[in-house]
Design a protein around this ligand. Structure first.
Ligand SMILES: Cc1ncc(COP(=O)(O)O)c(C=O)c1O
Length: 487
């Protein structure tokens, strides 16, 4: 059966076709704009969620003909489901070059957030003599707060440089912290790439440094997994190997799929499970119960998201086959155009050092146009979907923006800064084209040249949001009538 799914995928995705926009669902979706035109939506919000990869969606849909619950060999469908679920976990391990004898894939119901919470709950049980954690300042809240609440002490690692020029996590500062708290740090939590600036961290150098101090490393690969080849170890050595890695399936073209934790089996083999219920026990008595010994079973309470896992497995299988060179090359080409032209637009300020490796995620502001207003203008007049605000990374955004806000007005209070902080973020994926980038740059050039032609149409609301007084952005999707048509 597994090879049937693989054959289907092989038919559907020749190596070069992964870059074909028709392989992604929603690349030709149209909306009516404030200009009265219907145009194609340009999705530049992939750091939040990627559009779905159609061949994987189709293959996972075909699997629904065999859908059944897992954890049984009693009937044909249960066997297929059980095997495909395990196949998807193998695909994850292969995708990140993790040795199946040493690592295990655990799925969570709520994306990387669930996976990271599980990792921190599990690892907080080991090394009791090491009650502290180090967390980089670049983290999404989901790779920061779970570690804070599960540990007695936490310390933030700064970046190289400061303010809007900040770069990667500072290895010298990291080593200083490791030396200062020698023997007291359980693990380091660090992102593979920032969800704000796209800056890529040297995760294997961090692992090597951490291990030299007897400390573990958890990498949040949510913003890296779809953009660069991620390997647990870059040279195959244990010294440079990440100990636990997390990401969300929806950030790699598989909406509705689980969050993923790849973690060293030896670290968690004897720990108390993080969740209890059916599926993870051998025997239950009224007075006691016996937990399964093997992994991943002892960490798999309840019915898993089988369909989502199969979808994710199919996507990972296809991308691995297409090869990461193609993926990284495509994104780098688009990013080069964006990073060359965007800072040249009058009033645009791009955040984060431009001299370090980055994924296709770029955050910026346009002087005189609030980030919220600019995001709405790009949507209403240009059909460009971007994200704004602080992207669940408040400490990092504050660090990037604070100095600029004070330069503009040294009397700004911290409260006013809190109200003003934010940026506009564009983020690229496999389905974006050169045309998408040109359309974005043209739109920003137009707004920068004559902001009031757009801003005058908006009124600020009491909650700080902006309303277009001449146009109601159409965001209605009548799922009930579509459903009725299906009967
Ligand atoms: C770097 C990073 N980590 C973690 C998360 C949390 O992902 P999820 O909301 O899927 O749990 C995100 C989401 O944007 C992210 O960008």
């Amino acid at each position: 059966m597994n090879s049937v799914i693989e054959k289907d995928l092989l038919r559907n995705t020749a190596a070069s076709s992964i870059l074909d926009t028709q392989y992604f669902i929603g690349t030709s979706t149209q909306y009516l704009l404030a200009t009265g035109e219907y145009t194609r939506r340009i999705h530049l919000d992939s750091a939040a969620s990627c559009l779905a990869f159609k061949p994987a969606y189709n293959a996972a849909g075909a699997y629904l003909q065999h859908y059944s619950n897992t954890h049984s060999e009693a009937h044909f469908s249960a066997k297929i489901s059980t095997r495909l679920f395990r196949w998807s976990q193998e695909q994850v391990l292969k995708f990140v070059s993790a040795d199946a004898d040493k690592f295990v894939t655990l799925y969570s119901g709520n994306g990387a957030t669930g996976a990271i919470n599980r990792a921190s709950r599990l690892l907080s049980q080991i090394y009791p003599e090491r009650p502290g954690v180090l967390i980089s300042i670049m983290e999404h809240h989901s790779n920061d707060l779970p570690h804070r609440v599960s540990h007695d002490h936490y310390y933030h690692i700064p970046c190289v440089g400061s303010g809007s020029e900040a770069g990667q996590v500072c290895l010298a500062a990291l080593e200083e912290l490791l030396a200062k708290h020698r023997g007291k740090i359980r693990y380091i939590a660090v992102t593979g790439a920032s969800n704000v600036t796209g800056i890529i961290n040297p995760i294997h150098d961090i692992a090597e440094l951490a291990h030299s101090y007897g400390t573990l490393v958890i990498v949040d690969a949510s913003q890296l997994i779809a953009h660069r080849q991620v390997k647990m170890s870059d040279d195959g050595s244990a010294a440079r190997s990440i100990d636990a890695l997390c990401f969300s399936g929806h950030k790699i073209y598989s909406p509705g799929s689980p969050g993923v934790l790849v973690i060293r089996k030896d670290l968690i083999a004897n720990l108390a499970p993080t969740e209890f219920g059916g599926g993870m026990v051998d025997s239950v008595f009224t007075s006691d119960f016996i937990v399964q010994e093997q992994l991943p079973e002892r960490e798999e309470a309840g019915t898993p998201n089988i369909y989502g896992a199969v979808f994710l497995g199919c996507t990972l299988y296809s991308i691995r086959r297409a090869g990461f060179q193609l993926v990284a090359q495509h994104e780098t080409q688009l990013l080069d155009i964006l990073l060359t032209k965007l800072p040249k637009i009058s009033g645009v300020k791009v955040y984060g050092s431009l001299g370090v490796p980055r994924t296709g995620t770029v955050s910026f502001n346009l002087a005189g146009v609030d980030h919220e207003l600019l995001a709405r203008i790009l949507n209403d007049y240009f059909n460009i979907a971007v994200r704004n605000q602080c992207f669940c990374a408040h400490p990092y955004v504050r660090e990037l923006i604070l100095k600029d806000l004070w330069d503009l007005d040294p009397d700004l209070s911290m409260e006013e800064i809190e109200a003003k902080k934010g940026m506009v973020r564009v983020s690229l994926a496999l389905y974006n084209t050169r045309e998408d980038i040109e359309l974005l740059l043209n739109a920003l050039t137009k707004v920068a040249a004559n902001p009031s032609a757009y801003t005058r149409n908006y009124q600020i609301q009491t909650d700080g949001s902006y309303k277009n007084m001449r146009f109601m952005a159409e965001s209605h999707f009548d799922i009930e009538s579509i459903l009725n048509d299906c009967f």
